[in-house]
Ligand binder design. Structure first.
Ligand code: NAI
Length: 621
């Protein structure tokens, strides 16, 4: 099996400009072959277009999956989650304008039933705006994270490699006088141990000022983050907009692209209604498809439509788009998506656009959307069919260890039931037995191992269905499902540039994987890791990182304790970084300010890598 990190540009199956008829993609490359247990050979007759999926995702319940234990209660709390590689969006109500169809099937599992019950009263589909653009959601998440951050006085003021860095100056009023909270159980000892090790490095103290100007290191002009670079849905390292920029039409845009962007501009203010109407249409017309989605829809309800709109918006950027859609097509295999489902989705898409883009909708526009959707679906279908020959749609993975590092962070190690190939720095999606069809992204917290085990760092976030189940409910012996690996934040082994790595919070997981990857390649490249956390307590994996530092002379680890969300600025005090490739992993706000900081010290776009929201969408979640 190949890890789907790189994909050929266009496999020649993107469809022609006339489309293949009304959302009728050409037959998949694998037609005539059947996936194990599926017998799925799509023939796009009308009947088959609306045929129920032959394999229900929900029906896959491995023995010993943990479902025998009571499901964890639905997570309570606010909606403080971010749309990030591991971010979870809390399920909530689903509004629909003029339609009242929810075809949520009866739960197959205790957790699912609980979920249904919870969402039942909300199905009036009224007065709720579920759709938020990724930008808005991200900003909200960052803001709320920042507001909710516990404030504790910093413990140290100096920094060594391997030593926690603290912003020395300009504390918030009253901050320095606030008493430190009592350590949580077991933390005091761990903290003492960590602190002791932190001083072992024995380097002369360096004062780090994350708010400083980075004197001596800043070379390039400071640019506004997310400036006018062409958006890239997937695969390119970048300081790029977090959301497609439909408002910036290229002068050489194709006629279809112009029409599509016009529609996009019109529906943007009513995006929530479009989304609701889209799913209502889909489930009213094709109730059999309801089974492919989570019982509580809002956790994922806008993702499919958003992915389609993202793709449509980038139709003129063939290479990037193809990569994005191929990933999306592969990622959808785990949902049980079949070629025959695509026409139904296309019809719902056009139906909702027709209803809400009334000012710009005409025959010509509709034809442009039909052509575009036909291309989109063909690429996804072909990629899924190709992938079917190489890899399962999902893997079962048994939890073999569950290490609760803090009250809300666990390191979970699983054993997949089949070989699972991936690259260090990639991520996957996980589904727990308690919340069927709700998938969340987690990065692999290590390079591939000879024993095939995979580890993940999971932080239980408020209202996080999957993360709370994994941290507070999962036990050894439970069986999860894994989607395919994805993501392009991998080490470029064609260069011997140093690696500058910023890992914030549980974002340290893929950074650790990158370090192990360099170690295994024996490259002896310089690797400089900045490990950011809001408090000392949150440096839950500092011991591991320091052990790696002791083992590898080319590795330097610095902990940066900063509760004011200015962690990336710490790198300005070091360097120079001209000869480094940069890797960023952590909360979206950190990525954004990290890219800004790195651009400010002269690292070009093409040497800055991080997972992006678009990649997440591309992964099919
Ligand atoms: N578990 C995993 O495998 C992975 C997790 N992630 C993401 O990493 C994040 C980890 O969350 P937490 O551990 O709660 O991190 P956190 O919110 O505690 O922040 C970690 C560090 O980032 C800094 N930071 C936070 N927001 C910032 C901003 N707007 N600007 C500058 N610096 C900022 C903080 O000061 C802190 O130093 C989540 O968003 C998760 O989705 C990313 C990749 C992999």
């Amino acid at each position: 099996m190949d890890a789907p990190t790189t994909t050929s540009a266009d496999n020649g199956t993107s469809g022609d400009d006339n489309g293949g008829g009304w959302f009728t993609p050409r037959k998949p490359a694998s037609q005539g072959r059947s996936a194990p247990g599926e017998g799925a050979s799509a023939d796009d007759t009308d009947q088959e277009r609306i045929a129920a999926p032959r394999r229900s995702v929900a029906s896959i319940r491995p023995v010993g999956s943990g479902t025998s234990r009571p499901a964890p209660p639905p997570p309570a709390g606010d909606a403080r989650e971010s749309a990030t590689p591991t971010g979870e969006t809390p399920p909530s109500a689903a509004p629909v304008d003029g339609l009242s169809a929810d075809h949520a099937p009866a739960g197959h599992h205790p957790g699912e039933r609980a979920q249904d019950q919870r969402s039942q009263p909300q199905r009036a589909y009224e007065g709720h705006t579920a759709y938020e653009s990724s930008v808005r959601r991200e900003e909200r998440g960052a803001r709320e994270n920042s507001e909710a951050a516990p404030r504790r006085p910093n413990a140290r003021e100096t920094a060594h490699p391997g030593e926690a860095l603290h912003p020395p100056a300009a504390q918030h009023p009253g901050e320095g006088t606030r008493p430190r909270e009592a350590p949580r159980p077991g933390e005091a000892a761990r903290q003492r141990e960590s602190a002791g090790r932190l001083h072992l490095a024995g380097q002369p103290p360096e004062t780090v000022n994350p708010h400083g100007t980075g004197a001596g290191t800043a070379t390039g002009p400071r640019e506004a983050p997310w400036s006018h670079e062409a958006p890239a849905p997937h695969g390119t390292p970048a300081d790029r907009p977090r959301h497609p920029q439909p408002a910036a039409p290229a002068t050489n845009a194709s006629p279809d692209a112009i029409l599509i962007r016009r529609t996009m501009a019109e529906i943007e203010p009513v995006a929530d209604k479009v989304t609701s109407y889209f799913y209502a249409l889909l489930f009213v017309r094709h109730p059999e498809l309801r089974d492919l989605f989570p019982a509580a829809m809002d956790s994922q309800r806008d993702r499919l439509l958003k992915a389609l709109l993202t793709a449509a918006d980038h139709m003129d950027n063939a290479a990037v788009l193809t990569d994005y859609l191929q990933n999306l097509g592969r990622g959808h295999r785990k949902y049980g998506t079949q070629p025959a489902h695509y026409p139904a989705v296309g019809e719902a898409l056009i139906g909702s656009l027709t209803r809400y883009a009334t000012a710009t909708w005409d025959e010509e526009t509709e034809a442009a959307w039909v052509r575009t959707y036909t291309k989109i679906s063909q690429i996804m279908i072909d990629a899924a069919a190709e992938n079917e020959r190489q890899a399962p749609a999902w893997w079962h993975a048994e939890v073999v260890s569950h290490d609760l590092r803090t009250p809300d962070i666990a390191i979970i190690t699983v054993r997949p039931n089949q070989p699972y190939a991936f690259l260090a720095g990639q991520y996957t999606s996980l589904e727990t037995p308690w919340w069927p069809r709700i998938w969340r992204h987690y990065s692999f917290a290590g390079a591939p191992r000879t024993d095939g085990l995979l580890s993940f760092h999971v932080k239980a976030v408020p209202a996080g269905w999957v993360s709370n189940a994994l941290v507070h409910h999962a036990r050894p012996g439970d069986v999860l499902r894994l989607g395919p690996p994805t993501g392009s934040m991998t080490v470029d082994h064609t260069t011997d540039n140093g690696l500058l790595c910023l890992g914030g919070g549980t974002g340290i997981a893929p950074i650790k994987a990158l370090v192990e990857d360099v170690a295994e390649h024996g490259d002896r490249r310089t690797v400089e890791v900045f490990y950011g956390a809001r408090t000392d307590y949150d440096l839950y994996d500092i011991d591991t990182m320091l052990r790696l530092q002791q083992t590898h002379p080319w590795l330097s680890v610095r902990a940066v304790v900063d509760d004011r969300a200015q962690f990336p600025d710490a790198v300005r005090e070091f360097g120079p970084w001209y000869e480094y490739d940069a890797y960023l992993s952590g909360p979206p706000g950190m990525i954004r300010s990290g890219v800004h900081a790195l651009r400010g010290i002269g690292i070009p776009f093409d040497r800055i890598r991080h997972d992006s929201l678009e990649e997440l969408v591309a992964a099919g979640d």
